[in-house]
Design a protein around this ligand. Structure first.
Ligand code: ATP
Ligand code: MG
Length: 217
């Protein structure tokens, strides 16, 4: 049984003198789509990340009043999407944890699991980065991980917003990624309206959504 995920549990052990860079991509992933995957891949290359772990959230404090697809199905879709990239894997640590999902708990768990030569890089889109200073125990988040803010169509990181993050001691790097104007909400809406979502996510995830009849009502 993996503690964190199947592929990368022993990261950093082989050579304790080498810094290993681990990317973390958090989200609801309801469903995972090409926007998530392309951002993670581009961040991996740009920052020389050794691996990226996608961590689907359990119950998020700010989405408590929303209907969210069963966590195991969101996890499975992430697994299907990540299977073809040897640098990607998916962790169930947030969906297995009791109570509300807080990123700070996840980062603490990763920090405790991996040896000290593993550095954490938390990847988020501009929309999430704009709110991160308001997240639970954000000061600890700033201590535990470097942040990579990727561009997202429809959201602008102003110089003022960047200055606020720097003032709150977040170590943020900004990365311009290919603009993919895709969101999970849009995909759920399109399925409900009977529109095709082919090519907005991996074919395996597309087929899974259709086979399970997800997002139809
Ligand atoms: P929803 O519409 O349900 O909120 P979403 O598409 O925003 O779904 P999330 O699971 O909420 O997906 O997002 C997970 C992470 O991926 C967040 O950091 C978010 O900013 C980022 N992200 C999602 N879609 C994109 C995209 N198209 N481009 C860049 N970043 C993205
Ligand atoms: Mg979102």
């Amino acid at each position: 049984m993996p503690l964190i995920c199947e592929r990368f549990d022993t990261l950093g052990l082989e050579d304790p003198s080498r810094e290993v860079r681990l990317g973390i991509m958090g989200g609801t992933f309801d469903p995972i789509h090409m926007g998530h995957l392309a951002c993670a891949e581009q961040a991996r290359v740009a920052f020389g990340l050794d691996a990226v772990i996608f961590i689907p959230a359990g119950v998020q404090p700010f989405k408590q009043d929303q209907q969210v697809t069963d966590a195991n199905m969101r996890f499975e879709m992430c697994k299907l999407a990540c299977a073809t990239n040897p640098f990607f894997d998916v962790s169930a640590i947030e969906i297995e944890r009791e109570g509300l999902t807080y990123t700070v708990d996840t980062l603490r768990q990763l920090h405790a699991h991996y040896p000290s030569n593993v550095a954490l890089f938390f990847i988020t889109g501009a929309d999430a980065m704009l709110s991160i200073a308001k997240w639970h125990d954000s000061a600890a988040i700033a201590d535990l991980a470097h942040l990579i803010a990727v561009t997202r169509p429809g959201y602008v990181m102003t110089d003022e917003a960047k200055a606020e993050l720097a003032a709150a001691h977040f170590d943020v790097s900004y990365l311009e990624t290919t603009a993919l104007s895709i969101s999970s909400s849009m995909m759920r809406e399109w399925v409900r309206e009977g529109k095709s979502i082919r090519y907005l996510t991996s074919l395996a995830v597309h087929d899974y959504i259709l086979a399970k009849g997800l997002y139809k009502d």
